[in-house]
Design a protein around this ligand. Structure first.
Ligand code: IVH
Length: 715
């Protein structure tokens, strides 16, 4: 145990000790939670935590981003089994202003081809700030409870959920045989404050009710969860063997009659004005409510319309969250650090004097880019007055909205220290020293080091293992940095394929991972097993993991669904010729890429350029020796007469909008394209169809009208 009394520590000593304590406590946490093999007593552990808290109390400016006091005593991911959701758990789109709500309603009307005056009812209810949960009941009995996870697969927390008294374990007679009830687990504010008091002695506290609910649920021991005051609101459902009602409102009331707590503030709104009035009413009540909310959720009331509207990649078209304005605070800017991203972008990050915003301690904030620091927006116009450039030492106002990274809004000019100097953005990469250049018309300055820049390489690897890419359990930021920097060949990871050869290389090596501090035999085995479990991944994940510019999750999925196999996608990308910009239309492969729904020139170009680089092809080839991309599952799952067919809609449609038509075709397993080519299987033409119809006729492609389309879909 360190012996220097806290009041005698110098700032440097304190910083060093906090760093050491963070590492030490992390290692103990891992041994305790992941390996069930603690090496110190609970009392000694608590003493370390207390020491950490005492030093932080005397030097608040030294609180580290990875401080153990900001962590919760929850089990690490991987401690629970996994549950594949019968229906994906989606998230919600966010809007922030009244105009956005007007646009949302208009988009729903447009999609459904409803005129401005046709009846369209929405429900409006508080958006609860907790964590979403799916409860599966079979023949009335609770069988599994799962967290949202990545939306497809969540964690099995059934044992812990059974300790929550508001969640029924048995439902009354007459409920559907299969019933998945979805809603929010949360903690009331007063219960949270009581719990804080109870826990203060152990030095283990939570930042806010939401973290507290999450931490309480992710306990290995259900008895700990039982001692935490968790509650549940039901507001949605997943798989059900019988419909719950004809409208959102009725279905939720039905859940209420079956014994779930439903929110009494849910209201039906027949007009836009009523929706906005309900938003204002809930906002006005916000502070007085016993639980945290962060907005209002609007949902189309009629379930048949919800069905027609369907989903985008991550969220339903029939609902949106109208968020409350972000919370603000002022603090001091201590330093500006530069981070290097996987594409070499240099991003300035503000290090702040710790400040609480909306119940969370904020120590970092984004500064976006060089111009933002000067007060210039992306369009080149000023976003702050001339003398409001951001300088180290400034008092700044910051804002934090929901889960978004906090940002600096402005400075307080009167409080600027006399000696503060304008910030000089570096023209060299802080990681590799290469020139950092800003191309004409770009806001971002990029490191030109490419392959030699360690920061870019580490970021690429971090992206590769991240949740929506390869999602390798136990391989987080810290581990990637460790493996990247490893001196020993048998431990070194420089490119994705190296991750998969690690186990084999370890076998013939004397440097054993399990002997390195922070690992241990159990976690090493788990890590290797987690890596092996990813030797086969869906094509979309594989593609997304490569970290190609502009290929985020949605575009990766679009491409994967279209080409089905990675091989087919790559073949087209390698064969494609980018048009020269002088009227040339590129070759056939280019046009095929371009015809993929939602894929435009910028994305197609990024893909073609990626595969044109020798180095990238080598990285992919090496990876393909270790990993097999699985053919992409087609949406809908069930085979229909349209599965795999490419359909083009053209001309006017009467019963539905063009967007609805496309969504409908995609639900049936078809691909839709914007132009007619040899690859088109079917053209649905309405009145006024022009060149596309002619082209189809010239190519001998089957053409049908809207009525025939519906006959085939319904038939
Ligand atoms: S509906 C398919 N209703 O917000 C849409 N979500 O930001 C299902 N949430 O993951 C969600 N209160 O955890 C819905 N009244 C409410 C909600 C709510 C909170 C959460 C939910 C969801 C997240 C999306």
């Amino acid at each position: 145990m360190p012996t220097t009394p806290v009041e005698n520590l110098t700032e440097t000593q304190a910083a060093e000790e906090l760093a050491r304590l963070a590492a030490e406590l992390l290692a103990h946490d891992r041994r305790y939670h992941a390996e069930d093999a603690p090496t110190i007593s609970d009392a000694d552990y608590d003493a370390l935590k207390r020491r950490n808290a005492e030093i932080e109390a005397r030097f608040p400016e030294l609180v580290r981003a990875d401080s153990p006091s900001l962590k919760v005593g929850a089990a690490p991911s991987g401690a629970f089994g996994q549950v594949v959701h019968a229906k994906p758990m989606l998230s919600l789109d966010n809007v922030f202003s009244d105009e956005d709500v007007v646009d949302f309603v208009a988009s729903v009307r447009r999609f459904l081809s409803l005129g401005e005056t046709a009846e369209l009812v929405f429900t409006a209810e508080p958006k609860i700030d907790g964590l979403s949960m799916s409860l599966r009941y079979e023949k009335g009995a609770l069988v599994t409870a799962a967290t949202r996870g990545d939306g497809t697969t969540g964690e099995n927390v059934t044992a812990n959920i059974r300790t929550i008294s508001e969640i029924p374990q048995q439902l009354p007679k007459g409920v559907p045989d299969v019933l998945e009830v979805r809603g929010e687990v949360y903690m009331r504010r007063d219960d949270f404050l009581d719990l804080q008091k109870r826990m203060a002695e152990s030095g283990q506290t939570f930042a806010n009710p939401r973290n507290s609910a999450a931490g309480s649920l992710r306990q290995k021991n259900p008895e700990v969860t039982r001692s935490r005051p968790l509650k549940f609101f039901a507001y949605a459902w997943g798989e059900t063997s019988a419909p719950l009602g004809a409208t959102q409102f009725d279905a939720v009331q039905q859940l209420g009659r079956w014994g779930f707590v439903v929110n009494e503030r849910m209201k039906r709104c027949a007009t836009l004005d009523e929706m906005l009035a309900q938003y204002r009413a809930i906002e006005a009540e916000r502070a007085a409510l016993p639980y945290d909310i962060d907005g209002v959720v609007y949902k189309v009331d009629r379930l048949d319309l919800q069905e027609r509207l369907g989903f985008r990649s991550r969220s339903p078209r029939w609902a949106t969250a109208h968020k409350f304005p972000a919370e603000k605070a002022t603090t001091t800017l201590l330093a500006i650090d530069i981070q290097v991203g996987r594409t070499g972008a240099l991003t300035p990050v503000a290090r702040l004097e710790p400040v609480t915003v909306g119940g969370v301690v904020v120590v970092n904030a984004t500064l976006h880019n060089e111009d933002y620091i000067k007060g210039i927006g992306n369009d080149g116009n000023r976003i702050r007055p001339d003398d409001h450039d951001i300088r180290v030492g400034d008092t700044v106002t910051i804002q934090r909205a929901g889960d978004v990274i906090p940002q600096i809004l402005d400075i307080v000019p009167d409080k600027r220290p006399k000696d503060a100097t304008p910030y000089q953005f570096p023209d060299r990469c802080p990681a590799c020293g290469s020139h950092a250049v800003r191309e004409e018309g770009e806001v971002v300055r990029r490191c030109t080091g490419g392959l030699i820049c360690p920061a870019q390489a580490v970021e690429r690897l971090r992206h590769f293992v991240s949740r929506n890419a390869f999602d390798i359990e136990g391989l987080g930021e810290k581990q990637i940095e460790f493996f990247f920097g490893a001196e020993d060949e048998a431990l070194r990871v420089r490119s994705p394929a190296d991750i998969f050869t690690l186990r084999e290389r370890q076998k013939s090596s004397l440097t054993k991972l399990e002997n390195i501090d922070g690992f241990g035999a159990v976690s090493v085995k788990k890590l290797f097993d987690a890596i092996d479990a990813r030797r086969s991944v869906e094509t979309s994940r594989f593609l997304y993991g490569l970290g190609i510019r502009h290929i985020g999750e949605t575009n990766a999925r679009r491409l994967a669904r279209h080409f089905v196999s990675f091989g087919a996608l790559r073949a087209v990308a390698e064969a494609a010729r980018i048009p020269d910009g002088k009227g040339d239309k590129g070759n056939e492969a280019w046009q095929e890429l371009n015809a993929v729904n939602g894929i435009g020139d910028v994305v197609a170009e990024a893909l073609v350029e990626f595969f044109a680089e020798d180095h990238n092809r080598e990285v992919v080839d090496a990876l393909l020796k270790e990993v097999t991309p699985r053919d992409e599952e087609q949406v809908g799952g069930v085979e229909t007469q349209f599965t795999g067919k490419t359909i083009v809609f053209t001309g006017g449609l009467e019963r539905m909008s063009r967007d609805e038509a496309k969504a409908m075709a995609e639900r049936l397993g078809a691909k839709t394209a914007g132009s007619v080519s040899k690859k088109t299987d079917l053209v649905v033409a309405g009145p006024g169809a022009g060149s596309k119809l002619k082209q189809a006729e010239a190519l001998g492609i089957e053409v049908i009208d809207e009525e025939e389309w519906f006959r085939r879909v319904e038939g």
